[in-house]
Design a protein around this ligand. Structure first.
Ligand code: SF4
Ligand code: SF4
Length: 223
């Protein structure tokens, strides 16, 4: 899930300066789960913007705001309200905001800060587990990601600064390498700690990244 938080209302208002009519867009997926842009949050944002003197031409929670086809299809239901608006305020992640902006060909403002791809611990508490490096090495570390869970992203052992199982960069957080060690120890696989992990090809993280399904041929999948 894309973990996100709402921007400060004052910053949102500032971004709408000079624009009177606003269409509000949310997302029923990550934004609703993070309580930044689901039905409830759009109702609340509408009330706050109206109290600040704005006119809201309409509100829509898109099923998946980052999906071009779904946005295009749903937008048809709101054609008039979108047309009337000076701009759209998107209460969803940065990808959702750009998808909506590109699809609706209208100035789109972002009302949310996208934080990371995260695990939901409970409503309101989220933790980063994967930094989408493009070359997953979880297999070598018994399912604990050193790229993300070690503050320095070390692939070949700890930095030596851990104290009491916590990280020297942030003592509130577990040292990723202590977690890896303990997991390997519990599984009787400590010998894996000695395995050399080659450096990652950072080229695979160059942005903007894109991925297209490989073509299928009668002989199989062509890479
Ligand atoms: S190695 Fe870590 S950051 Fe890379 S894809 Fe796997 S879980 Fe994500
Ligand atoms: S203390 Fe542990 S998690 Fe923190 S940087 Fe060092 S090895 Fe990584």
């Amino acid at each position: 899930m894309i973990i996100q938080k709402q921007k400060a209302f004052e910053d949102i208002l500032k971004s709408l300066e000079g624009e009177q009519k606003v269409f509000l867009a949310g997302c029923a997926d990550c934004a609703a789960a993070c309580k930044t842009g689901g039905e409830e949050e759009l109702v609340e944002m509408k009330a706050r913007l109206e109290a600040a003197g704005k006119s809201i031409t309409g509100t829509a929670v898109f099923d998946t705001a980052c999906q071009l086809g779904a946005v295009r299809q749903k937008a048809r239901e709101y054609e008039q309200a979108i047309k009337e608006a000076d701009s759209i305020l998107v209460m969803a992640c940065g990808t959702g905001a750009q998808t909506i902006g590109e699809t609706l060909e209208k100035k789109a403002h972002i009302g949310v800060d996208s934080l990371f791809v995260g695990q939901v611990n409970r409503l309101g508490k989220y933790t980063e587990r994967c930094s989408t490096c493009g070359q997953c090495v979880l297999e070598a570390f018994e399912g604990i990601c050193p790229v993300t869970r070690c503050a320095k992203g070390l692939l070949n052992g700890p930095c030596g600064g851990s104290k009491g199982g916590k990280c020297e960069i942030d003592p509130e957080k577990d040292c990723g390498w202590v977690l890896i060690y303990k997991k390997m120890e519990a599984l009787g696989k400590l010998d894996k700690m000695r395995a050399y992990q080659p450096a990652k090809d950072q080229g695979s993280r160059h942005t903007p990244r894109q991925f297209t399904w490989p073509k299928k041929t009668p002989e199989g999948i062509k890479k």
